[in-house]
Design a protein around this ligand. Sequence first.
Ligand code: AMP
Length: 292
Amino acid sequence: MLICHTINEIKSFTRQAASQGKTIGFVPTMGYFHAGHLALMSEAKKTCSVVVSSIFVNPVQFGPQEDFTCYPRDIDRDKRLAVEVGVDAIFIPSVEEMYPPRFSTFVETKKITDCLCGKSRPGHFQGVTTVVTKLFNIIQPDIAFFGQKDFQQAATIRRMAEDLNLKVKIVLVPTVRDKDGLALSSRNIYLEGAQRQAALSIPKSLALAAQAVENGERDPIKVKMAVCNMLAAEPLVEIDYIEIYSLPHLEEISLLQGEVLLAIAAKVGKTRLIDNLVLKIPDNWPIIPNKR
Ligand code: AMP
């Protein structure tokens, strides 16, 4: 596996692969790999002849009170795991390589970033779309892989790729969970003792919502209330948001129909966790018999 620290190194690798007619799959990450990251890489491996990943803890997407400096990092372990899934090259730039002193251009996607994490973390998605644009321009992938766990991130990047006529196709990979149901996240390492048990109320409340919908509930407010009650019963969980939006554009709805996203963000101790579920609502309107 090739390890590149400079833009020129990774560019020459990907340009050469492209000139040989190879499809380039790309998995951008912030590192500290878990099975969720590896699922993205394995998916890329299935459909692309060359797989490139990047590890970059992007300072621009962290707010001033957020965990940029203490974000977990273990590059040696990441390299070993990436080799095991067959990644061909990893790009690990420094902050200076990505943001040289006179850097002053940002990419912003509006509307789709007004809600959920875009609302709770001002400037976050501008940091994401800026770094991803840079990475796309450097790597020039044919397909880029993103996890459903960060649904709004993937939806925003898809919007950006369409709006800016980028050639890259965006593929969404399902959320990988631990045996107990908790969505894997590099930040799970922060959870101490009882906090991890408390965090399980997040996937449990998603399951409760799915059950309510299966039982016929079609009022988004009632579904959100059920989720809220379950999370609120857990004293270590501090709710940031519980929202339901229509797909694919993340718009507000007053009735559950079609495909919807139920998304949760909550803090457990100092750790901010997010999770979501895509609900496919069956078309089960009562059939009104024809009048004779
Ligand atoms: P991160 O390193 O947290 O920025 O994540 C890099 C990529 O991995 C993003 O596309 C995430 O959505 C994806 N990812 C993170 N956690 C998971 C998970 N549990 N399942 C699937 N994909 C994930």
